[in-house]
Design a protein around this ligand. Structure first.
Ligand code: NAD
Length: 477
């Protein structure tokens, strides 16, 4: 018996969890459920993360969680429980299969069958935000080589395991050349190790446009956190209903399985919700813990239920559906069909060993790192960049002021008066000679700025790695 921590959730959570557990039990899943408390009750009891100490202990002991959706209470001060779980447990891969169940669930995309693999811990979700001036706030986008290698390799291993043919990487590296550029570069490096799988890269905007128009041309998709968050909701909706998709959050030590939708408070307690998303997440969980035969039995019975037109309200269509049922009766209908095989929808056969192991990251030999200068970020309420340049250009004899940008656009030297400027200025100083003592020089530069009443709100060192500049240049003319 595999022990599993089970969170019954809020809103429709307890109803869809009950239906799901009933099906797993009837199908013979060898699991021992350990209920844990998290979500709205915990938040309202004063726990800002929504997860209590006992719940953490259970999760860390069992390493596998089945979780129903949770309600985040209105108002500030509540941390996202999902982000906390993903980051604390190192759940780096978010896997969302989205498939059409045509003709039984109406969709404009009958041939769609894809899997979104989203990096789950990094990117703007590192949550490092600062207000720096009256007019400007910033959020750091952190992309790491270990993070990219792990998620991209996971995607290729997933494709092999599930006999998928192609992986599409979505990035915006034409603009974010360093961050998204690293993700894309790692994708190309790792793709070369998997010649049996076709690999392609799309700029996220056109990729997402094609995806929402012709999802059937995609197979497996891999992308950084924020893009994956948005794209995977779109693909779930394209398949017919958000109530149908499950997701897996996979880490090296732990895994968490849940429906992709939320707690749908207006449906709570009415026996109306579709339990399929959570059930399909539970099937992913069964595959993960090596009970693939039970997983197959459940998926085939669920497909029979759909085929026979036994539908919950969200997918019910007069003329196509046969019977409109509630959450409970949908669960019973699946139980009654355990052992049956679908006639039209594909019968599934899962790999016997579905756990993907990624070799631990091996740190590369560090490159030659040279400090070229510094960007001083300055809070300055003036409007003419020439005036600012005049104030700061002689701050240090060993550093030359090379440019000033505002919101990334070069405004000095030779800026355009048309460019809109805020009170947040990036002033780039580069060493005047390779012999400059750069580290101490930067500290002196900062002191000189403070002595002249210049408000430096942040500094960013300018490094080159093996001779390649590790910093962006100013945009514009
Ligand atoms: P939601 O997913 O709960 O609802 C969106 C729409 O989909 C609603 O019309 C709802 O009725 C419908 N829907 C969702 N699940 C359904 C199901 N199983 N069967 C039939 N219809 C279904 O999104 P929301 O309204 O934006 O969020 C409600 C609450 O859920 C919020 O507190 C939010 O923070 C939380 N939430 C939690 C999770 C999670 O725990 N993983 C995810 C998303 C949202």
């Amino acid at each position: 018996m595999q022990p599993i921590s089970v969170a019954h959730g809020d809103g429709i959570g307890p109803e869809i969890m009950e239906a799901t557990l009933q099906i797993l039990k009837a199908a013979g899943a060898k699991v021992k459920w350990e209920p844990i408390e998290m979500g709205e009750k915990e938040y309202l009891a004063g726990n800002s993360s929504g997860i209590g100490k006992e719940a953490w202990e259970s999760i860390r002991r069992n390493k596998v969680v089945l979780k129903a959706p949770m309600t985040t209470p209105q108002g500030g001060g509540y941390k996202s429980l999902n982000v906390t779980l993903r980051k604390s447990l190192g759940l780096f891969a978010n896997v969302r299969p989205c498939k059409s169940f045509h003709p039984f669930v109406p969709t404009k995309h009958p041939a769609m069958d894809l899997v979104v693999i989203r990096e789950n811990e990094e990117d703007l979700y590192a949550g490092i935000e600062h207000q720096q001036t009256d007019e400007v706030v910033q959020c750091l986008k952190l992309i790491t080589r270990p993070g990219c290698e792990r998620i991209v390799r996971y995607a290729f291993e997933y494709a092999r395991l599930y006999q998928r043919k192609k992986i599409s990487c979505f990035t915006k590296d034409n603009i974010m050349k360093l961050t998204d550029g690293l993700f894309h570069r790692v994708f190309k490096e790792i793709a070369a190790e998997y010649p049996d799988i076709q690999a392609e890269n799309w700029i996220i905007d056109i990729g997402a446009a094609r995806l929402s128009d012709t999802p059937e041309i995609f197979d497996v998709l891999v992308m950084p956190n924020l893009y994956g968050d948005v794209v995977s909701d779109i693909t779930a909706q394209l398949s017919g209903s958000v109530g149908l998709a499950g997701s897996a959050n996979i880490g090296e030590k732990c895994a968490l399985f849940e429906a992709i939708h939320g707690s749908a408070p207006p449906l709570a307690g009415k026996d109306l919700a579709n339990p399929s998303g959570l059930l399909r997440a539970a099937v992913m969980m069964l595959n993960h813990i090596g009970q693939s035969e039970v997983a197959e039995t459940i998926t085939n019975a669920w497909s029979c239920t759909l085929e026979e037109g036994i539908h919950t309200e969200d997918i019910y269509q007069a003329g196509l559906s046969k019977e409109k049922v509630g959450t409970r009766d949908f669960g019973k209908a699946v139980v009654e069909r355990l052992g049956k095989k679908p006639a039209t929808l594909a019968e599934v056969s899962y790999a016997k060993e579905a756990r993907i192991h990624i070799a631990p990251y091996e740190r590369k030999t560090p490159g030659e790192k040279t400090l070229h200068g510094v960007d001083l970020f300055i809070d300055w309420k003036g409007t003419n960049p020439d005036d600012l340049a005049e104030k700061i250009k002689d701050l240090h004899a060993s550093f030359a002021l090379k440019m000033i940008t505002n919101r990334g656009v070069k405004v000095w030297p030779e800026g355009f008066e048309e460019t809109f400027c805020t009170d947040h200025w990036r002033c780039r100083f580069e060493r005047t000679s390779p012999n400059t003592k750069t580290t101490i020089g930067i500290a002196e530069l900062l002191i000189h700025a403070i002595q002249k009443d210049i408000e430096v709100i942040k500094t960013e060192n300018l490094y080159a790695f093996d001779g390649q500049k590790g910093y962006s240049l100013g945009q514009g003319q």
